[in-house]
Design a protein around this ligand. Structure first.
Ligand SMILES: N[C@@H](CCC(=O)N[C@@H](CS)C(=O)NCC(=O)O)C(=O)O
Length: 203
């Protein structure tokens, strides 16, 4: 059986849990307390992920695959969640790289600092206003796309949507107001109403 090394509060972990569930793939979940450094032990670094983070998908043969978007790509190959068309596949990657570079480091990081009550060091305080501005800019990019398209690529629900849904639907927990983005709100509802959808809190 597949094993997901995970933390229940993580949007990156949620991407994998959601896709595994939509694909009806049975999996075992191992929970790590990321606030206590459980993904930073010598054993975890040696055996699961040298980068010290969840999520990691462990395959039946023991191979460990880190990085949420790579995990989704692996699981989605040959399914409805990854378009077959060459350009649409590249566009899915565009949105997933956008998520990892322009969205997650701003929106997910502020959510993490707030909800995990992380100590606000001088470095974090200095970084906060920039992250706030860049997170809002990422939401605006999404809004502009969704004002013209129902989904991020290929005319249907795909892993590009899941990648962006994970931290957008809980962005308010990071202090990001979602009201100014009507098309984005409509898309959040479309994603949440898909058959088989699960909330971020479901392990
Ligand atoms: N780019 C990675 C980011 C993974 C990541 O940041 N994981 C966080 C939780 S969301 C983590 O494991 N933090 C614990 C730590 O860094 O010690 C992905 O998309 O999977």
């Amino acid at each position: 059986m597949l094993t997901l090394h995970d933390n229940i509060t993580s949007g990156n972990g949620y991407k994998c849990r959601l896709l595994l569930t939509l694909l009806k793939k049975p999996f075992k979940r191992i929970e790590y307390d990321i606030d206590k450094g459980e993904t930073r032990t010598p054993e975890y670094l040696a055996k699961i992920n040298p980068n010290g983070r969840i999520p990691v998908l462990q395959l039946e043969d023991g191979t460990c695959l880190p990085e949420s978007d790579a995990i989704m790509w692996y699981l989605a190959e040959g399914t409805e969640f990854l378009p077959a068309d060459r350009l649409a596949r590249a566009q899915a990657l565009s949105w997933m790289f956008f998520e990892q570079y322009s969205h997650e480091p701003n929106i997910a990081t502020l959510r993490y600092w707030i909800t995990h009550k992380v100590e606000m060091t001088p470095e974090r305080r200095a970084a906060l206003p920039g992250k706030r501005v860049q997170g809002q800019a990422a939401l605006k990019v999404m809004e502009n796309h969704l004002a013209k398209h129902g989904w991020f690529v290929g005319g249907g629900y795909s892993i590009a949507d899941i990648a962006l849904y994970a931290y957008t639907h809980v962005a308010e927990q990071g202090g990001f107001e979602l009201k100014p983005y009507p098309a984005l709100n409509a898309w959040l509802k479309r994603v949440a109403s898909r058959p088989g959808h699960i909330p971020i809190t479901k392990g």
